[in-house]
Design a protein around this ligand. Structure first.
Ligand code: SF4
Ligand code: SF4
Length: 301
C-alpha cells in the first residue's frame, strides 16, 4: 500500500533545537486548501491508502486539517496526525480537540516528545493528549525522540510512570540538529532497510523520503519532482522503479555502505539515517553507486 507524509504547512508555533522539518530560518509555507483536497482525491486514485499529516504543527490549522481528515475518511484513506500537543494544556481543551478529530475520522495521533520539545511545551500536555485518546477511543502513541544520552532518562521515566504507549526514535542529525555534535553509537551490524514513505511539501515538491532524506542538499537524491509538473502516479512510479531506492528498501543501507568501501567498524557507529546521509548526500559516493548498481544488485550471499 502506498503511503505519504503530507506537509500541509511548515509553520510551527515552537522552535525545537533539534527540528529536522526546517533549516535554520523562519519557514511558514502553507498549501492552498482547495488544492490540498484535489491532491488527496488524486492520491486515492493513485492507490495511496495512508496519509500522515506532519511537517510543521498541523494543529495550527485545526479546522483545515479536520476537513482534510474527513475527506480522507470518505474516500477510504487511513489518517495520522503528528503534533507537539501545545493545544492540550487542560484536560477539557484536550478532550475537545481529540473528540472532534475522532468524529471527523482520524485514525491515529502521534505525540512528539523529547527533552527539546519539552522546553517549549509542558510534558503534562502530552499526558493530557494521551489520556484524551484513551478516554475517547482514538489510537495514539508517543514518539520519544532521543540521542540515547542519560539526559533523556527522566523523560523516558515520565512515560513509564504514566503507563503511556511510546516508541523511542533516534534523533536525526539534520535540519537544525545538523549543528549538534554527533554522538557515536555502537549498533549491531543490522541491515537498516527503510520503507521510505514519500513526503509532499506545501510547495508540492515530492521526496521519496519523509525524514532526513528531504534534506540532502548536495545530491537531492530523494527529490522526485513537483506535482505542478507531474502526476502523483508518475512520481510514485519514479521512486518505485529507482534501483538504488529499491536497494535501500530491500538490501538495506548497511550492505550498501559495506559495498561502497566503508569499514564494518565504522558502519556500526552510525544510526540508519546518518549512514544514509553519508552515502547518498555525497556526490562522489552516489556517482560510484549509480555506476555500479548492477554489481550491487548481484552482491548477495
Ligand atoms: S520538531 Fe516538531 S514541534 Fe518542534 S519545531 Fe519542529 S515541527 Fe515544531
Ligand atoms: S534511512 Fe534514508 S531513506 Fe530512510 S528515513 Fe532515513 S534518510 Fe530517509
Amino acid at each position: 500500500m502506498r503511503k505519504l507524509a503530507f506537509g500541509y504547512s511548515t509553520r510551527c508555533n515552537i522552535r525545537c533545537e533539534h527540528c529536522v522539518a526546517v533549516e535554520d530560518r523562519v519557514d511558514s509555507r502553507k498549501m492552498d486548501h482547495d488544492r490540498a483536497k484535489e491532491i488527496i482525491v488524486e492520491m486515492a486514485q493513485a492507490g495511496v491508502g495512508g496519509i500522515s499529516f506532519s511537517a510543521g504543527e498541523p494543529f495550527l490549522y485545526f479546522n483545515d486539517i479536520a476537513a482534510l481528515v474527513h475527506l480522507c475518511r470518505q474516500i477510504g484513506i487511513y489518517t495520522r496526525m503528528v503534533t507537539n500537543s501545545f493545544w492540550a494544556k487542560t484536560a477539557e481543551s484536550s478532550d475537545r480537540h481529540v473528540s472532534e478529530l475522532k468524529t471527523n475520522g482520524l485514525c491515529q495521533l502521534r505525540l512528539s516528545y523529547s527533552r527539546w520539545h519539552q522546553k517549549n511545551v509542558s510534558r503534562n500536555n502530552v499526558l493530557n493528549a494521551a489520556r484524551s485518546c484513551q478516554k475517547i477511543g482514538l489510537n495514539y502513541f508517543v514518539s520519544f525522540v532521543t540521542d540515547f544520552s542519560k539526559a533523556d532518562d527522566p523523560y523516558e521515566q515520565f512515560l513509564r510512570d504514566h503507563g503511556l504507549l511510546f516508541f523511542p526514535e533516534p534523533l536525526i542529525y539534520a535540519g537544525r540538529a545538523a549543528a549538534f555534535d554527533r554522538r557515536q553509537i555502537l549498533t549491531d551490524y543490522q541491515s537498516n532497510c527503510c520503507d521510505m514513505n514519500p513526503y509532499l511539501t506545501p510547495d508540492l515538491d515530492m521526496y521519496a523520503c519523509c525524514d532526513a532524506g528531504s534534506h540532502f542538499p548536495e545530491t537531492q537524491f530523494f527529490y522526485l519532482g513537483n506535482l505542478n509538473d507531474h502526476g502523483m502516479e508518475q512520481l510514485f512510479v519514479k521512486t518505485e522503479t529507482n534501483r538504488l531506492h529499491n536497494l535501500i528498501r530491500t538490501m538495506g543501507i548497511t550492505a550498501i555502505a559495506s559495498f561502497s568501501g566503508m569499514k564494518a567498524r565504522d558502519i556500526i557507529t552510525y544510526s540508519k539515517c546518518e549512514l544514509c546521509r553519508k552515502l547518498f548526500n555525497s556526490p562522489e559516493t552516489l556517482t560510484r553507486l549509480r555506476a555500479d548498481v548492477s554489481q550491487l544488485e548481484a552482491w548477495q550471499r
